[in-house]
Design a protein around this ligand. Structure first.
Ligand code: NAD
Length: 307
């Protein structure tokens, strides 16, 4: 095998993932609808391609990292999509976070065309993508899982086979519901702490050593200062955009309705992310929800752009 990877979707996550593939002996042939994203691929040694066909022609693996289920279906099943052009034997890996139904439909279309595919959404967000320490939650057959792991090893540390097609997405949606809820809870806690006269650094130092500690606070602290790498120190540039979090919180509510699972708190959290997007802050990091809750959201959207 030649270790060629066709990588589709070179955004906040896709770009650092490609960097690790290139560093670990894979040759990346990338495609993105954004010319800016494509041009950044050159800087890390990858080959930008003008079409999906060009990217997948010689691929041993196809990895996609695009926003939603609609994009994934277009990428694989579209008129000029992956399934039309990829060579026999290639392993298909979708790392995007999407709805369970789309993951199953695309997996079935791949199987009908003779390809093995997994849904392999990731956790750890952009810091883990940059560090090559992503966690992959994998849905698909045992055989597809085993074949998909080699390129995932270049980008991450943990690869968990959750169950059949769609189970990776089910797991990821549960996890992100917690992250979205945590950020709202942290923002309410920090707002209350400020109004009680406590300073951010003290609150951070105590909570991270106490029962309120969590990953979201340690990595995405929504106030500038305590975590130098958090988006709050960089004008709330993502990171993980508020519109992506709204998408994931909505996925959680859709999945909860299907499963008759009570998720009242997550339902309330959706409204906060919806307000951010409705007021033009969807491209800022989701941690800007702190500014909304603390009454500091600027009337004009911040300058933060999706990178
Ligand atoms: P992003 O918007 O930064 O990147 C997505 C890229 O896909 C963009 O460059 C866009 O131009 C490209 N794209 C869209 N449609 C396309 C198409 N039809 N063909 C080719 N390219 C296309 O988003 P991101 O933050 O990198 O997230 C990507 C996926 O990963 C999402 O499903 C997201 O939920 C998930 N995710 C993101 C994070 C994070 O922290 N950013 C963490 C875990 C999972």
């Amino acid at each position: 095998m030649s270790n060629n990877v066709a990588f589709i979707g070179l955004g906040n996550m896709g770009h650092p993932m490609c960097t690790h593939l290139e560093r670990n002996g894979f040759s990346v042939f990338g495609y993105d609808v954004s010319p800016d994203a494509l041009s950044r691929l050159k800087q890390i040694g990858g080959t930008p391609c003008g079409t999906i066909e060009e990217a997948v022609r010689e691929a041993d693996y196809v990895i996609s990292m695009v926003p939603t289920g609609k994009h994934v279906r277009e990428v694989y099943e579209g008129r000029d999509g992956v399934l039309k052009h990829v060579r026999p034997g290639a392993i298909l890996i979708d790392c995007s976070t999407i709805d369970i139904e789309s993951a199953k439909v695309v997996n079935a279309a791949a199987a009908a065309a003779g390809f093995e595919m997994v849904d392999a959404p990731v956790s750890g967000a952009q810091p883990a993508a940059i560090a090559g320490r992503l966690i992959f939650m994998i849905g698909g057959t045992e055989s597809a899982y085993n074949k998909a792991v080699p390129p995932l090893k270049a980008m991450g540390q943990t690869f968990i086979h959750i169950g059949p097609a769609g189970c990776g997405q089910a797991m990821k949606i549960c996890n992100n519901m917690m992250t979205g809820l945590s950020m709202v809870a942290i923002s309410e806690m920090l707002t209350m702490a400020e109004r009680l006269g406590l300073d951010h650094q003290t609150v951070y130092d105590v909570v991270t050593k106490s029962s309120g500690n969590c990953w979201t606070l340690q990595n995405y602290c929504p106030v500038p200062g305590p975590v130098p790498t958090s988006p709050a120190n960089n004008g709330y540039a993502p990171g993980f955009s508020a519109e992506m979090m709204l998408k994931d919180m909505r996925l959680s509510q859709h999945a909860a309705a299907q499963a008759s699972a009570p998720t009242a708190l997550a339902g309330a959290a959706v409204a906060f992310y919806q307000m951010l997007v409705a007021t033009g802050h969807g491209h800022s990091d989701f941690s800007i929800v702190y500014k909304l809750i603390s009454g500091r959201l600027p009337a004009e959207p911040s300058q933060a752009k999706v990178q």
